[in-house]
Design a protein around this ligand. Structure first.
Ligand SMILES: [Zn+2]
Length: 271
């Protein structure tokens, strides 16, 4: 599943091909994504000029002046920038054609992605209004997390993955950051002190930044790539290492379920 680093790298990769371009065509091959693609999108978008491409959480926001196109990659989506003549593949459900003769193409085999349109302030869209702070911004810090968890009895792992607390810390990064901070994923969020939260926030930021820079170097080129860019392959301390020895202490990595999600931890390094 694309996590925040993939979406951030996608945003950086597509941005310079899109900004200042006029939309000359819209092709919807299959509107049945997580929510249906609005059927009047072609009429709305043709002739509009893209002013900015930004990211909020895992949403990509394409500002077209009169409104904003909201894209989400879902479970398996990717965005490609291709030449206008590139033939669509089986799972290419949505194309935005631009006047530089390029196409922004959404490829999404499992169709949990989204293409939505709003003319209101996008920050107030129902999907975005309740989102917590961006993990890489300075407003997300140890004191913030400490203050906002005093009455949370849920585990710290589930709390980190709650988009109302902080956006974009998905399963991989929650597992990895908790290992590096030495915190057991089952500990109730309200039981963790300020010092441990400061350490945790620092490793969350570090882990995400490393993934973004890995992605920036592994996805060389969004243009003319006919392959799915894929998701970043990295070395993990605990994620999907059940039954293997901890790389710090040698104890066996365990797997449990927290909030329906697989959680991996070292029982001796994480207290
Ligand atoms: Zn260990």
């Amino acid at each position: 599943m694309p996590e925040l680093p993939e979406v951030e790298v996608t945003c950086r990769g597509i941005k310079h091909h899109l900004v200042k371009q006029y939309i000359t065509n819209v092709t919807v091959r299959n509107p049945s994504l997580r929510w249906p693609i609005p059927d009047n999108l072609k009429r709305i978008l043709i002739g509009l000029r893209i002013s900015t491409v930004t990211r909020r959480g895992k949403y990509l926001l394409i500002d077209c002046g009169k409104g904003t196109l909201i894209l989400h990659l879902g479970m398996s989506g990717s965005l490609l920038v291709q030449q206008i003549k590139a033939p669509p593949q089986k799972h290419d459900h949505f194309d935005l054609t631009l006047d530089n003769n390029m196409i922004l193409r959404l490829r999404d085999p499992r169709r949990f992605g989204a293409v939505l349109w709003t003319t209101n302030d996008v920050k107030c869209h129902p999907l975005l209004i309740h989102l917590g702070p961006e993990p890489l911004k300075s407003t997300f810090n140890g004191a913030f997390l400490y203050k906002n968890t005093r009455s949370r009895n849920a585990s710290i792992k589930e709390t980190l993955m709650n988009n109302r607390v902080v956006v974009g810390v998905g399963n991989i990064y929650a597992n990895e950051a908790l290992f590096q901070a030495g915190i057991n994923p089952r500990v109730a969020a309200c039981k963790i002190g300020l010092n441990r939260y400061e350490r945790l926030v620092s490793v969350i930021k570090k882990t995400l930044k490393i993934a973004i820079s890995a992605g920036g170097s592994s996805i060389r080129d969004f243009v003319n790539s006919d392959n799915n860019p894929g998701y970043f392959q990295q070395q993990y301390w605990v994620y999907k290492r059940t039954g293997k020895p901890c790389q710090k202490c040698g104890n066996i990595i365990r797997q449990i379920k927290l909030g329906q999600r697989s959680s991996f931890y070292c029982p001796s390094c994480q207290k």
